[in-house]
Design a binder for this molecule. Sequence first.
Ligand code: ADE
Length: 216
Amino acid sequence: MFTGLLDCSILKRAQDKNLVEIVVHNLRDYTTNKHRRVDDYPFGGEAGMVMQIEPIDNAISALKEQRVYDEVIYTSPDGEVFDQRIANQMSSYNNIIILCGHYKGIDYRVREHLITREISIGDYVLTGGELAAAVMADAIVRLLPGAIGDEQSALSDSFQDNLLAPPVYTRPAEYKGWRVPDILLSGHQAKVDEWRLQQAMERTERLRPDLLEKKD
Ligand code: ADE
């Protein structure tokens, strides 16, 4: 799953340019039993299996011997909901570990003793944390200087100011009678900028009024 997600497009380019190093670890490599088991039956007789603490502790300890980590994150629907503010914050970190949650659940002591922050990517339940980790990686890595072509464009993103992006258009100026707004063809940059801001405000009020409450 990670090979497909992390090895293409902007994430691949950022890694090729050494802006970021993303390493995927398999918890089975940190087991000590001969079957490389990472889960066991739950105490208290619940249904299903639970990820064991030992391989996770071994993995995190081995990584911490090599680097200092700003945060050890666990992906879970219980967590703080990931947003642009958190992506911005994490893009300034040197190293993070993301432990992917699993539908089976993990021994709660991992969360009590090893995890520094729990992150959800939204109010729905995924089968595992891998997609959540990839979503976070994408949102964080694209903010690293040099990761996307136009230095300005990460800053002018939708959400960067808690505003939705204004509409964009390209040639032809008219297609099947559907016209591009005249103002964009006018050549008056100040008026164009004003129009863009107005559109951003109007779209945000209409589609995501909750964002305006977060705005400074
Ligand atoms: N694991 C399962 N569901 C999740 C979610 N919504 N966010 C992060 N991790 C998850």
